[in-house]
Design a protein around this ligand. Structure first.
Ligand SMILES: [Zn+2]
Ligand SMILES: [Zn+2]
Length: 235
């Protein structure tokens, strides 16, 4: 251990995002992590109704089948451990939180038939370059890259871009404000990589769903095949 790392560990020891206990490494203690209960089914992207389980391929969405994505949320945003991890990664600069978050999505994906994700590419929801400079990293991209390693799927972070600097959705209260805030804020490039591909669209959390809707719509306009939006949590 170097001197710098020694002092860093003494002055700023790693703490569990949820219970604040000092931990040897990472962003959450084992007890808090194991307390998170993952879901084990996919949902309609629009109304979030549970989709029927089938053994291969994707379920044919019974309701809202024209919606551009179906949803796989790993757990509830009401889960305090998951919520603490998401906030640490997004607002406190704790990059180590990406690892347990990617693991949660991996655990969730493992409860579904593996064919669902065969041949997918993973596309993280991008940040606007100005927001990226402010935060220093894109939290969804960190999770996507770890998840890609776990699921053995390629991550393509450059095919979806954010063309408008929007206000954070969390700062907006009304449904209408959130809807218009992100309208047409995405575009695609390198369409030969999108055309006909099945895509995992990855974000940390789905709240109103407007951001994922716009991102999925842009990918569909770029020729994407089926889109499964995977998120750590659903609010
Ligand atoms: Zn803990
Ligand atoms: Zn529905």
């Amino acid at each position: 251990m170097g001197i710098a790392s020694f002092w860093k560990d003494i002055l700023f020891p790693a703490r569990c995002a949820r219970c604040r206990r000092i931990i040897a490494e990472g962003a959450i203690c084992e007890k808090c992590y194991l307390g998170i209960e993952p879901y084990n089914f996919l949902r309609c992207g629009k109304c979030r109704a549970r989709l029927p389980a089938i053994m291969e391929g994707l379920p044919k969405s019974g309701c809202h089948s024209a919606w551009p994505f179906i949803l796989g949320a790993a757990t509830s945003y009401k889960d305090e451990s998951a919520q603490s991890l998401i906030k640490s990664l997004k607002f406190e600069g704790i990059r180590d939180a990406a690892q347990p978050l990617a693991e949660l999505i991996f655990q969730f994906a493992n409860t579904l038939p593996p064919d669902i994700f065969a041949d997918c590419i993973i596309v993280p929801v991008p940040l606007h370059p100005a927001r990226l400079r402010e935060r220093g990293y894109n939290q969804s991209e960190l999770i996507a890259s770890l998840l890609g390693g776990r699921m053995n799927l390629p991550v393509r972070e450059h095919i979806l871009i954010r063309t408008k600097l929007t206000k954070p959705q969390s700062e907006l209260r009304s449904h209408e404000e959130r809807e218009t805030n992100v309208e047409d804020c995405f575009a695609t490039k390198n369409s030969e990589e999108i055309s006909g591909r099945k895509i995992i669209l990855l974000d940390d959390v789905i709240t109103s769903g407007h951001t994922l809707y716009q991102a999925a719509r842009a990918l569909k306009a770029g020729g994407a095949g089926k889109i499964i939006a995977l998120t750590v949590a659903m609010a």
